[in-house]
Design a protein. Structure first.
Length: 262
């Protein structure tokens, strides 16, 4: 059972208690009588739970980064905020879109429900949108036959494992972000699953070439050789989208991370 469902159940229970007391039981109690404990705790928490539920479902939701797949943009332990409405208003729990607003763009950092196990939330960068031909060959990205502009910058030192990765800046649709490549890691994709629309992808010794089907997105981690992403488990359908990550609000290990997102 995920947190959204738990929160909804608490909202439902506290709302029933609040309604029952407001319209029935409060009118039967003697004037000045103290509220029973079940009203004090149940109905008392209803406005708070309602506020949190609405905020988390339709405005912003906090997430914690559990892995290093998005290094150097996001580090393990970063607490981030995710915009829940920029890609459209969705009904809580079932995640059904009811109001269209914007579509994900290449370069967006997006949270989504993992297609293999929708109870898990993943975060990756949007690399390909519907209709794109995405080629990741010899660790270089090409979209619709046009190589993505890159430039080499200083190597990235992984502080916990004390080794360096090659660091580059990619420029997609005018926006820049950093990525990592490990020069000693192979270019070919090992262990790709039999995902939906697998026929849209061609695997070779140099990597993978995929055509993104309608209503789907091709996602990749910025830590390219240490990310299990669309290269391995396939495309992300629109109905799995949770929202767009936009802000780091805390990191217990590094307070300088607060506010950074590049």
């Amino acid at each position: 059972m995920d947190f959204a469902l738990i929160l909804f159940c608490l909202l439902l229970v506290s709302g029933v208690i609040w309604g029952a007391d407001a319209f029935v039981f409060s009118k039967r109690r003697p004037e000045g009588a103290k509220d029973p404990w079940w009203v004090e705790y149940g109905a008392g928490f209803f406005p708070v739970i309602l506020f949190v539920f609405v905020l988390r479902s339709f405005v912003v939701e906090p997430f914690k980064i559990p892995s290093g797949s998005m290094i150097p943009t996001l580090e393990v332990g970063d607490f981030i905020l995710v915009n829940k409405f920029t890609y459209g208003i969705r009904l809580p729990i079932i995640n059904k879109k009811i109001i269209e607003i914007n579509q994900p763009k290449r370069g967006d950092v997006m949270v989504f429900r993992y297609p293999v196990n929708p109870s898990q939330d993943y975060i990756k960068r949007v690399v390909g949108i519907p209709g794109d031909k995405v080629a990741y060959q010899n660790k270089r990205l090409t979209i619709n036959g046009k190589p993505v502009e890159t430039r080499r910058i200083g190597d990235y030192l992984h502080p916990e494992r004390l080794f360096y990765s090659q660091q580059l800046v990619e420029k997609e649709d005018g926006a820049e972000h950093r990525i990592l490549n490990d020069e000693d890691a192979p270019a070919f994709i090992s262990g790709a699953s039999l995902f939906s629309h697998r026929e849209n992808c061609l695997y070779n010794n140099s990597g993978v070439i995929c055509t993104v089907p309608p209503g789907h997105y091709f996602m990749m981690g910025d830590n390219r050789d240490n990310s299990r992403d669309s290269r391995f488990w396939g495309f992300v359908p629109d109905e799995n989208i949770v929202g767009k990550a936009f802000f780091i609000w805390f990191n217990f290990s590094n307070l300088k991370r607060i506010g950074s997102f590049n």
